[in-house]
Ligand binder design. Structure first.
Ligand SMILES: [Zn+2]
Length: 253
């Protein structure tokens, strides 16, 4: 059921015929896991909380550092030194009481993520660790949950939705089809060393949020089998077609 207050609160999105009241009900009854509450995570958490996702499960083992605040805008100066998940939860609760927030302030391994994803609709991957992305790819494949991946460093961003293992999307690639250990060192540069500015994590996090809302409401086309690259320095987007890799150790049976 959707209340009168909710009809008004979400009026600007449910007036869109692609979303409608039915789409809003789907959002309010959905569960989304957000892996990483950093720069991408801040954007995703803010968007999905405002949109009225019924349950957000926020996973991060880190604490807030002063140097995070140039882009991790859900945190305040007074939160420095505190656990990220705790203050991400506070942020969501302050802006939308419709959203139930659960937090995992711990290191995520495959078994734990499989358990968390068991009854969830989407995994939004906002981590900056290659090994955690591989864990996300494995757990998503095993639980048949879409893996919405984003990455951002310096002026560059990238996003892809991996649907490997999901019924009807058997030909979709997984994260590992695209990124093998061989490219590990070039694919992920550390934000602390290479740098990052807020609009880049914001743009990619916004696109991840859009993918999430589209998948849940079935509005529009999700970006399947496509890696979208954003070059913030020139302002250009580019999409590369991606394919399932034969012999992939995660998604090829
Ligand atoms: Zn694969």
């Amino acid at each position: 059921m959707i209340t009168e207050k909710q009809l008004y609160r979400y009026a600007r999105q449910l007036v869109m015929p692609e979303i409608d009241e039915d789409g809003q009900k789907l959002l309010l009854s959905s569960k989304v896991v957000i892996l990483g509450a950093g720069g991408l995570g801040s954007s995703v958490i803010a968007n999905l909380a405002a949109a009225g996702i019924g349950e957000l499960i926020i996973c991060d083992n880190d604490t807030i550092d002063l140097s995070n605040l140039n882009r991790q805008f859900i945190y305040r100066e007074q939160d420095v030194g505190q656990p990220k998940t705790l203050h991400a939860q506070r942020f969501v609760e302050d802006i939308n009481s419709d959203v139930l927030v659960k937090i995992k302030q711990q290191t995520i391994n495959e078994a734990l993520l499989v358990e968390i994803l068991a009854d969830c609709d989407v995994l939004v991957d906002c981590t900056d660790q290659f090994s955690t992305r591989i864990t996300a790819a494995k757990a998503s494949f095993l639980t048949k949950v879409p893996h919405i991946f984003g990455g951002a460093v310096r002026f560059d961003g990238q996003i892809a939705t991996f649907m490997a293992g999901i019924e009807g999307y058997e030909e979709s690639a997984c994260f590992k089809c695209l990124f093998t250990e061989n490219v590990k060192t070039t694919q992920v540069s550390n934000c602390a060393q290479a740098g990052i500015i807020s609009p880049i994590t914001g743009i990619i996090g916004n696109l991840q949020s859009l993918e999430t809302i589209k998948w849940i409401t079935k509005a529009g086309k999700t970006s399947i089998n496509k890696l979208t690259l954003f070059d913030g320095y020139s302002g250009n987007f580019e999409s590369i077609r991606i394919t399932k890799k034969q012999g992939c150790t995660i998604c090829s049976e």
